[in-house]
Design a protein around this ligand. Structure first.
Ligand code: SF4
Ligand code: SF4
Length: 437
């Protein structure tokens, strides 16, 4: 039977892109690859202006820090290594020749001849990020303590459909990636988790995971934010992973289908994580679709590829509608953690008319917080009060702001409080368009 979390919300999917095959966008003229791909840890660029690079060539790393390298996603010439607002980018002009670096090292021995350390090392070299941390950390730091691997096929954010497309179009790469992960973790099986309403996906998973010794499929009811690692573990197993703790400390590890496929590809071909699957959607883009793009492709060129933006376009969101962040400009580029580009109009946005104490935000909060109080104290700068109300347990899922009839920007207020108390990011804001509230 499908399981679920307490709190959370049901949102209409708006997943029209999930019914069409993903398209490869291979011809961006430029890519701008960030040297800060996760956790804010900066990498040290190993290329300079004028250098030639091939696809898959390492262009930045920081061996002394808990991070993994980044690679060229196109072949061409480095036009600049420049600081943009505190973040360094390597800007590469695409020569459209698609030459691949000769440095790739595919595995040419059976998997069983590799140790867990070998696999973690290869996953690190491939620059694979999983859930915001280097995937190699999930494999090495917790070796032996993880009992359950979950392949997270749940896309509970509205619009997002690229994981679904990957599973429907290239299931073998995901299945083989899951097998590698099972082996590397020294466990017996992987659990594929999907929403109970997606019959096509469930049929596919059932048919492709016929080896019940190795795989099982579990379902959750369609509810946001169950695609979050903590929320999914809670929905499936009733276990709470507290804020600040990693699922691996509680015996679980979670990979998305794309991350599992990237692990398989890194071993089978040696190709690092240089392409990203994204959903391009929203009411202000002419041809919404799922794309496979080189990491570093800019929103401007992606929009062009998707037919351009409509006149009413007013805002670009990097990531999902609920937890994504507003981009400063169309010059922003796709990073390893970018799941979506949403081109939106201003028509649906709510105005802040103040809290009417309806309690909807409290009922929607999956972390059982008091969002209205957190927002009120944050607005007044009473951050100590926010801390006493456990503000750091907030996952910034955006459920509270979404359901709020008063249009209170609760999640933005909470982000500000967290930043004031100790260093969270306040550059973004949660979109709150009020639809389906
Ligand atoms: S949902 Fe909005 S209006 Fe209702 S209690 Fe929460 S903050 Fe106040
Ligand atoms: S954003 Fe934070 S406070 Fe709001 S519903 Fe999500 S976890 Fe709760």
């Amino acid at each position: 039977m499908a399981q679920t979390i307490s709190g959370g919300i049901r949102i209409d999917g708006r997943k029209s892109t999930g019914t069409k095959n993903a398209v490869a966008f291979t011809e961006p003229r430029l890519v701008a690859i960030s040297m800060k791909q996760h956790s804010g840890i900066p990498l040290i660029p190993s290329v300079a202006e004028g250098d030639h690079v091939d696809i898959g060539q390492c262009i930045g790393d920081n061996r002394g820090a808990p991070c993994c390298p980044v690679h060229a996603s196109v072949s061409g010439t480095v036009k600049a290594v420049e600081n943009r607002g505190g973040e360094v980018f390597a800007v590469i002009e695409n020569d459209m020749l698609y030459t691949v670096t000769p440095e790739l090292e595919p595995v040419d021995v059976p998997l069983t001849e590799l140790s867990a350390e070998d696999i973690a090392d290869r996953v690190r070299k491939a620059g694979i990020i999983s859930g915001g941390v280097p995937a190699c950390e999930k494999l090495s730091a917790t070796a032996g303590s993880v009992k359950r691997l979950i392949i997270n096929c749940v896309e509970s954010e509205p619009y997002l459909a690229s994981a679904r497309r990957l599973l429907l179009e290239q299931p073998e790469s995901v299945i083989k990636g899951a097998k590698v992960l099972v082996y590397a973790l020294g466990i017996r099986r992987a659990v594929f988790a999907a929403e109970d309403g997606d019959k096509e996906l469930l049929e596919l998973l059932d048919s492709r995971t016929a080896d019940k010794q190795l795989f099982s499929v579990k379902t959750v009811k369609a509810k946001y934010p169950q695609s979050g690692e903590r929320e999914l573990i809670n929905a499936l197993y009733g276990k709470e992973v507290p804020a600040g703790k990693r699922p691996e400390e509680y015996g679980f590890t979670v990979f998305t289908p794309e991350e599992a496929a990237a692990v398989y590809r890194a071993l089978a071909t040696g190709m690092p994580f240089v392409h990203k699957r994204i959903t391009v959607a929203g009411d202000a883009i002419k041809s919404p679709c799922c794309l496979v793009v080189p990491i570093g492709a800019t929103a401007e060129e992606i929009a062009e590829f998707c037919g351009g933006v409509k006149k009413r376009f007013s805002r670009l969101v990097l990531g999902g509608l609920m937890a994504g962040k507003t981009a400063e400009s169309l010059q922003c580029s796709v990073g390893k953690g970018t799941d979506a580009l949403l081109f939106l109009s201003a028509e649906k946005e709510k105005k802040n008319s103040g809290c009417i104490r309806c309690g909807r935000c409290v009922r929607a909060c999956p972390m059982r917080l008091m969002p209205h109080l957190l927002a009120a104290y944050a607005e007044k700068g009473k951050y100590g009060k926010c801390a006493s109300l456990d503000v750091f347990s907030c996952t910034e899922c955006g459920c509270c702001a979404y359901v709020c009839p008063g249009g209170v920007p609760i999640t933005e207020d909470i982000r500000r409080a967290k930043a004031a108390l100790g260093g969270a990011d306040v550059t973004g804001e949660v979109l709150n368009d009020g639809k389906d509230a």
